[in-house]
Write a protein that binds this ligand. Sequence first.
Ligand SMILES: [Ca+2]
Ligand SMILES: [Ca+2]
Length: 730
Amino acid sequence: MKRLAFFVLWLASGAANAEAIVNLNQVGFLPASQKLAVVPDSARASRFDVVDAGGKPVFSGALGNPVRWDASGETVRIADFSSVTAPGQYRVKVEGLPLSDPFRVHADAYRALGAATLKAYYFNRSALALAPKHAGAWARPAGHPDDRVLVHASAASNGRPAGTVIASSKGWYDAGDYNKYVPSSGISTYTLLAAYEHFPAWFERLEVNIPESGNGVPDVIDEAMWNLEWMLSMQDPDDGGVYHKLTNLKFDGMVLPHLAMKEPRYVVAKSTSAALNFAATMAAASRVLAPYQKQYPGMAARMLAAAEQAWKWAQAHPAVLFKNPADVVTGEYGDARIDDEFAWAAAELYISTGKDSYYQAMQPETVSNTYPAWDDVRGLAWMSLAHHRERLTPIADRGLIAARIDGLAARLANEWRSSGYRVPMQARDFVWGSNAVMLNQAMMLVQGYRLNGKRDYLSAAQSALDYVLGRNALGYAFVTGFGARPSLHPHHRPSQGDSVAAPVPGWVTGGPQPFQQDKAECPSYPSQLPALSYLDHVCSFASNEVAINWNAPLVYLTAALSELTGKAPAMNDSGNLLARLRRQEQLLQFDSFSNQAALEIGLKLVELAKARKQVVTVEIARNGQVLFAHGMDGAPPDHADWIRRKSKLVNRTGHSSFYVHTQVVQDGGDIDAMPLFDVQEYAAHGGSFPVIVKGTGQVGTITVSGLPGPDDHQLVITVLMDYLRVKEDV
Ligand SMILES: [Ca+2]
Ligand SMILES: [Ca+2]
């Protein structure tokens, strides 16, 4: 439930004492994933085989060179079997070692994982009885209704003196405990919402059997709403300030929540970091909730107003740092630096309101980029700005946004390339919640990949998922309920307090880190090395707790890899149409895009159509400004509406409209009834292509209408290949 942001020297001496096995992702891979295993060099092998379920070899390869990994004190070699793409169950076989755990290659390899990691939030809902039809063996009575919560002396105001009773219901329990904290709630909820904003198609198909399933709203949004409604109640309506947390005075015992309700609960002190976390999260949520007026009437507007109120409070109280009052010993989530929270809140408010003043308040040139953590959220600002290119006003520095995203991704990918375990993390990154460090790094690698399509970034993100699913020095699949060697005893009160042997599924545990803050209460750790210092024991809050903010990047990553991997050019397959369309977007990019370029391209399109005796309408726009528009003789007026809807789809998805069309068709969807795209506003038909400027990203659209979609698309491709002098056949 907390991350210690300090580094000390760790003991680099001493050999690894984990069992010598082939370490790999125990869940599986998508056919087009990079697929790696880690083999200890102590086995003295130089080759490996991949065998199918019947033991028959399907692939044989040479192991990579031995590389030492400081974090585990091992020397290891990489087995690369990316070319095993046929669906099936396999194992890796290395002379001198036991046969590896089994893994699957499957087109939908991460659906169950994605569903379980999202469902984990439902299992941590406060104020709700978990019914057997939703919760199965983990059904339980409701805990902590929080309909009568006291205002702690530290939070007292004129309107709400100490002891005032308020309602602050719903929300998720933060971690292994039963308290609720705004700083960790903010990043968790935002990350789920960002996953939805970036990969709506994945979540449209991810029903996870919660009470709101089937209500016409993707379950990820319903789940986020459970916490957002609680967060709204943490704002003081009198002044817009936000209470830092809602907790007991001290932690509960290791029992089910309904047995831990004797102690009074308090809202504790307002803080600047809570106000800014709240502002950022509500601003982002207002965007996501906007289409769901029927199910959540008025909610989007209410959230945006609440976000601006909290922002105003933070402006007036810019340095109220939270400290636990003397009588409160629950998690502190204190944060000495809140410039990153200011930047994040400003960025989200800018995106949601379009007000330049928020962009200026962010002072973007002073904000660097790093992977997110609950106390360092600047990366979330960059991630949102990079995604919402079409919402940016001219004031935004698109080059800076791209440079921040790519700079971090490039740094992490470099680390990944040289690492023995092929992970982006270094030994010093092993802090409290190290698994979430890995996953948040992966989330930022995904942002780099989404920006510029560098395949290494996606492979490095895949490696991070592989790591938490077993390709680590301990051989654990750190997600409860998944893999051959899962974490079995998380520090999680509901899992410990019930009578079910298996822990609540879908939670990633904190992971190894060398500081062992719990060693007074725990059996001795097997090692002090950063990547081996872990106990699968309920006592170990320092290495084996679960937390809402650790699960969120895993929900994100399962969606991202599932949605992006198949669409990237496959490692060994250049034939499929989606890969080809993706390749077009990579090749047909501009160094810069001037008004003159738009004119030349527009004229070429018209001339080519004329030469072919075709009648089309052409429109080229950059940042919402039309630079070229022409309807040829005989072009009907409805071409304009097609252009509007096709280009809007490109601006929303960043892909050509024919790419989206192909994707929907391949997924078995109906292009004229896509659940997320109102057909009045979006058209998934070919003919609109993104204008992508290298290093900046998508800045506009080139759209043709008048022919069948694939032909509209091909007309644009033909002209762009000629204009950009691209030789490769795409
Ligand atoms: Ca739903
Ligand atoms: Ca901070």
